[in-house]
Design a protein around this ligand. Structure first.
Ligand SMILES: C[S@@+](CC[C@H](N)C(=O)[O-])C[C@H]1O[C@@H](n2cnc3c(N)ncnc32)[C@H](O)[C@@H]1O
Length: 541
């Protein structure tokens, strides 16, 4: 693998790499042998967690300012498209979960440009430029952010955001001017001054970093990237990346920066000092910590979640809470699961006031109402009798809340830092019925199907004693490999969370003969883009 290549995803027998600087996908490495791939997937995991924030943030992101009045109409179009794509499976009405129309992204990464003597935040946009509308004189950018990869949706119309260059961003293209007919050869550079899709706290931190780094030669010297990570809890971290070795002088300057960040309104209100992390080649300096603590409200309970710098975490916290509530509901109300009504603790499953799921017209509203009826106030299963297998568990985002619906959960994840965070999160939330293994899902699937053993599965106990009737998967954009799809068919209940409807569709085709869709949800994690997160609950026919 080339030095400038960084791994962005590993799934389905493939390891994909992107160029570190442009972040554009550059190469796919294919593995014929599952064993070789499993080894490779484990080997690349450190790169995955150390150098790449998450598959969904690798793509250039350029939704830099948005027209909120377009939000609902754009989402409607995405939903229609989704319905068309999945029509052949005869799914029930789609339950739609909206995002807040602005300030929804908790994380962002910017290339730093210092060429003009002042510090500028840059994003890159690879999406094709639309032809300018015949009557329009103002330049527009067609933006497409989120987890875009080689399989990017080709339709440039439906859900793309129209980004006004005259608003809070200035845009510059390589080769061609913005809004000029024709296609640029490389990604467009977009200067970001205010980032309205990112959380308010993130915008506050951006301001301070720009100001403080601008004033401090030590902080500015060979700085090439700044990553911001915020939370609903008010905890935050900023990572500064350099093309030079960092020493004690940098740490002292970063302490000053940290004090300034602590004085921003959101951090001060939460009483938290944002963490500052300095990175350069083979070097990582952490002021205090390399993670944030998020607080998520799901099913009437609050969960603490450690999110580690550089490892995967869901980018849209409000929508993430909807995803967790939905998954909690489908696993609680699955046939055979025992539950009591009126437990009085579920106020978080479906958001009734605002960002929730019932405002997009009757079909989606009816489904959401049904979801409410099923899960809104229901308590958890009284005595869960069966077990769940979860693949791609990340930091335990789903594992922690869902564990209460099962006797036992077996969870696997390949990234070392995510597994460590998951262990922390299980303990911090008092969850004791989860067996967690650091393994590539392909390796686990192979071992399970052979009822084999592995050192990393020590403590799991005999396979015969497990009552694994539900499988939960949340793979990267590449979807599931054939072997894992085969494994899915062994389960009575399947919950499949996907950030790529295309690979989800392909995987569902392979199991449509044995399983039917009982619930289908769309979570708008990536507003103003073509991308939609989906949740599908399937039961054996
Ligand atoms: C879309 S994320 C979902 C994580 C988690 N479910 C969540 O909600 O935060 C996909 C996860 O799959 C992991 N992953 C990628 N390739 C993998 C593989 N071959 N085997 C196991 N895990 C893998 C990534 O490290 C990442 O944590």
């Amino acid at each position: 693998m080339h030095l400038h290549h960084r791994v962005i995803s590993s799934a389905a027998g493939q390891v994909r790499a992107c160029d570190l600087l442009s972040r554009a996908p550059v190469r796919t490495y294919n593995f014929q042998s599952r064993k070789r791939f499993a080894i490779m997937a484990s080997l690349v995991a450190p790169f995955l967690e150390e150098t790449v924030p998450s598959p969904s943030f690798v793509a250039p992101v350029a939704v830099t300012s948005v027209d909120e009045s377009q939000y609902k109409a754009q989402l409607q179009k995405k939903i229609l498209k989704l319905k068309e794509l999945f029509h052949e499976f005869n799914p029930p009405d789609i339950e739609v979960f909206e995002s807040p129309p602005s300030h929804y992204r908790m994380r962002a990464e910017f290339t730093i440009d210092q060429r003009n003597g002042e510090l500028q935040y840059i994003m890159f946009d690879n999406s094709p430029l639309p032809s300018p509308p015949p009557s329009s004189s103002s330049p527009t950018l067609m933006s497409s952010s989120g987890p875009r990869g080689a399989d990017e949706d080709a339709d440039g119309g439906a859900a793309a955001a129209s980004t006004s260059a005259a608003a809070t961003t200035a845009a510059a293209t390589r080769g061609v001017g913005v809004g000029v007919a024709g296609r640029p050869k490389g990604p467009r550079r977009v200067v970001v001054e205010h980032f309205s899709v990112a959380s308010r706290q993130l915008n506050e931190l951006m301001e301070v970093v720009r100001r403080e780094c601008g004033h401090s030669p030590e902080l500015r010297n060979r700085l090439f990237q700044a990553n911001f990570h915020t939370t609903l809890s008010g905890d935050a971290m900023v990572t500064l990346l350099y093309h030079r070795k960092l020493g004690p002088e940098w740490a002292a300057a970063a302490e000053h920066l940290r004090d300034a960040l602590a004085a921003t309104p959101a951090a001060a209100a939460a009483g938290r000092r944002p963490h500052v992390i300095g990175r350069s080649r083979k070097q990582k300096l952490e002021l205090d910590a390399g993670f944030v603590l998020e607080r998520l409200r799901v099913g009437g309970r609050e969960y603490i979640q450690q999110q580690v710098e550089g490892a995967f975490s869901q980018p849209n916290a409000a929508v993430c809470q909807h995803m967790l509530g939905w998954a909690l509901d489908v696993t609680r109300t699955r046939p055979g699961a025992q539950r009591r009504r009126g437990g009085g603790e579920g106020d978080g499953d479906v958001d009734r006031n605002g960002n929730g799921s019932m405002s997009l017209g009757d079909p989606t509203g009816a489904a959401a109402a049904a979801a409410l009826e099923l899960g809104g106030n229901a308590g958890e299963a009284e005595t869960p009798e069966d077990d769940m297998l979860e693949l791609y568990c990340g930091n335990g985002n789903f594992t922690v809340p869902l564990a209460r619906n099962f006797r036992r959960v077996v969870a696997t994840e390949v990234s070392k830092s995510s597994v460590e965070a998951a262990r922390f999160n299980l303990e911090a939330n008092g969850v004791a019925n989860v067996f967690l293994a650091r393994m590539a899902s392909e390796e686990f699937a192979e071992t399970m199907r052979a009822r084999g053993s592995r050192r990393r599965l020590e403590g799991l106990g005999p396979w015969e004693e497990l009552r694994l009737r539900t499988i939960f998967v949340d793979p990267p954009r590449a979807g599931l490999d054939d072997f894992t799809v085969g494994l899915l068919k062994e389960f009575d209940h399947i919950v499949y969370i996907s950030c790529n409807p295309e690979t989800l569709h392909a995987n569902l085709r392979a199991i449509a003969g044995t399983h039917g869709i009982a619930r289908f949800a769309a979570f708008d994690q990536f507003p103003y883009t073509h991308h939609l997160e989906c949740g599908v609950y399937l039961v054996r026919r």
